[in-house]
Structures are given as C-alpha cells and as structure tokens.
Design a protein around this ligand. Structure first.
Ligand code: SF4
Length: 148
C-alpha cells in the first residue's frame, strides 16, 4: 500500500445504510468509538454528504433506496471516494439475486474500495478508509495539476 503524503487535513466520512442488517454499521461505530478511535487520525463522521470526502455504504441496496443513494453521492464535493462495507454491498451477499434488490452497490454508484466480510472487522474497515484517503490524495494532486 502507498503512503499518505499530504495528511494536511481531517478526512470527513458520511455513512449511508441501505438494507443492512445493522451488524456492518455496528462495526463502523466500533471504528469511531474509544477502542479503535479513528478520530485521533482525523477520521470524523459527519451528518451531511455535502461535507464528506468519503462515503461508507452498507447493505445490498433495496430498489427504493437506489435513487436516494445516487442523490447522496451526487451531493458530495469532488474529490471523493466510496467504500463498500460488507458482503451485502460488495456482492449482494445473502440477498444475491433477490427481486427487490438494486445492488450490489457498484450497480448503483461508482465504488473505489471494497471491504468484504459479514461483518468485516474494524481493522479491515480502517484499512479500507486509508485506501480511500490515498485515492483522494491522488485525485487532489491531479486537480491541483490541472489548475497550474
Ligand atoms: S454483510 Fe453481513 S453483517 Fe453486513 S449487512 Fe450484510 S448480512 Fe449484515
């Protein structure tokens, strides 16, 4: 894995849950609460996608949530990255091929990082967020290059 070079600012994360059983979501909470305490690295949960750099998505995405997820993604400013947490969002998981599922998530919005598991461990989620951070740094450099 590459190294974070800029580390100029915090990474703000928005969490969207689309049909998850809640276990993946609980592991995300574990990442943010005192045992793993990702906030000490500047990884902070925010209440609006308009403020977010990274979108964490859980669940297989029911059809009635697909448009809402697209709208959440579109509201995020560039550069941005999407991290799928869990097997449901990665492949459909136990809901694979269900009549009422629009997912997996990459059928609905572009995905940058997959964190498989049912649910994945907090360490794996932190690893996924760091990969997204690297991608955002790369995109930022490309955007800066275009400005010059
Ligand atoms: S991947 Fe497993 S833990 Fe996560 S939402 Fe699906 S069933 Fe629940």
């Amino acid at each position: 894995m590459g190294k974070l070079t800029n580390f100029k600012r915090s990474l703000w994360v928005f969490h969207a849950s689309g049909g998850s059983c809640n276990a993946c979501d609980i592991e995300i909470v574990a990442v943010l609460t005192p045992r793993y305490d990702a906030e000490r690295f500047g990884i902070k949960l925010v209440g609006s996608p308009r403020h977010a750099d990274v979108l964490l998505v859980t669940g297989a995405i029911p059809r009635d949530f697909a448009d809402k997820l697209r709208r959440i993604y579109e509201q995020m400013p560039d550069p941005k990255a999407v991290v799928v947490i869990g097997n449901c969002g990665t492949t459909g998981g136990v809901f694979y091929d269900s009549y009422n599922i629009a997912g997996p998530i990459d059928e609905v919005i572009p995905v940058d990082v997959y964190v498989p598991g049912c649910p994945p461990r907090p360490e794996a989620i932190i690893d996924g967020i760091v990969k997204a951070w690297l991608k955002i740094e790369k995109l930022e450099k490309e955007l800066e290059g275009k400005k010059e």
